[in-house]
Design a binder for this molecule. Structure first.
Ligand code: MEV
Length: 278
């Protein structure tokens, strides 16, 4: 049996979503497919995605769903791993679907078992987008709502290093009262972003402001800041880190992806158009 699921980008609200604020996330046009065949004996996994360092975590995550082995899994993906594009959630949802899960509750329950191995105690946002493949208004523990997508192209630029989600979430937790205040500001910003989701110019300004909040929370890096500046100089409507930070990607809302992608490439960064204009 086969299961497929796509990646995501958090448009705004990462970290604040852990504290019960809303976040907006969009699906990206990159996917993971898992083929599952029952077999006698140990679990066999075929893939060319993970480095040996991460392979242990992959095995541990899969063993949550296949504690007694009994499966041959073939994983194929065009999603870059560990850069904030939701590769582990796409994998987890694709595995759940390949196992025959069809209802949202069953897919989410199985996928979250794997996600907890990858990320500690994730909010479930990545799994929700991988499952739905639509732009979502997400509040932890509440029913998921679909909302319109921004009517412009979106690019993601890779900073070249990976952040560790559990570590970044802990860093925010350690930030105390100052961090709480910033988290509340991000929550308010996400509500404002929803109101202007169909106006790239106003939305872009809010996303750039969201990046400044994330920088104050201590989850940006000099490279992520450099990429945000580079995107804005190349006439993006707005740019911010997306995901847990500490590395990973910057997203930029753009009218035309080319100038931003060219400017990123000239500075040595790989980038992708993750959504074309709708
Ligand atoms: C990670 O993709 C997003 C965070 O908000 C953590 C989470 O939602 O679990 C940083």
């Amino acid at each position: 049996m086969k299961g497929t699921a796509g990646g995501k980008l958090i448009l705004c609200g990462e970290h604040a979503v852990v504290y019960g604020h809303p976040a907006i996330a969009i699906p990206v046009d990159m996917h993971t497919t898992v083929e599952y065949e029952p077999r006698q004996g140990a679990l066999v996994v075929e893939h060319d995605l993970w480095s040996p360092r991460d392979e242990d975590r992959l095995d541990e995550a899969l063993s949550k769903l296949f504690p007694d082995g009994g499966a041959h899994l073939k994983i194929e993906s065009d999603l870059p791993i560990g850069v904030g594009l939701g590769s582990s959630a796409a994998l987890s949802v694709a595995v759940a679907r390949a196992m025959g899960a069809t209802t949202d509750d069953d897919i989410a329950a199985k996928a979250m078992e794997m996600e907890r191995v990858f990320h500690g105690d994730p909010s479930g946002l990545d799994v929700a987008v991988a499952m739905k493949g639509e732009t979502l208004w997400f509040i932890k523990g509440k029913p998921i709502r679909t909302i319109p997508s921004p009517p412009c192209a979106i690019v993601a630029i890779d900073s070249g290093t990976s952040g560790d989600t559990a570590q970044m979430v802990q860093r925010v937790k350690d930030g105390g009262a100052a961090a709480e205040e910033i988290i509340d500001d991000i929550g308010a910003l996400v509500h404002a972003a929803r109101g202007v989701i169909e106006d790239p110019r106003l939305l872009g300004e809010l996303l750039s402001e969201n990046h400044r909040h994330l920088r104050k929370l201590g989850v940006s890096t000099p490279t992520l800041d450099q990429i945000v500046d580079l995107c804005l100089a190349a006439k993006a409507y707005g740019a911010k880190l997306s995901g847990s930070g500490g590395g990973g990607v910057v997203l930029a809302l753009v009218d035309d992806p080319e100038p931003v992608l060219r400017s990123a490439e000239a500075a040595g960064f790989e980038g992708w158009t993750v959504r074309s204009r709708d």
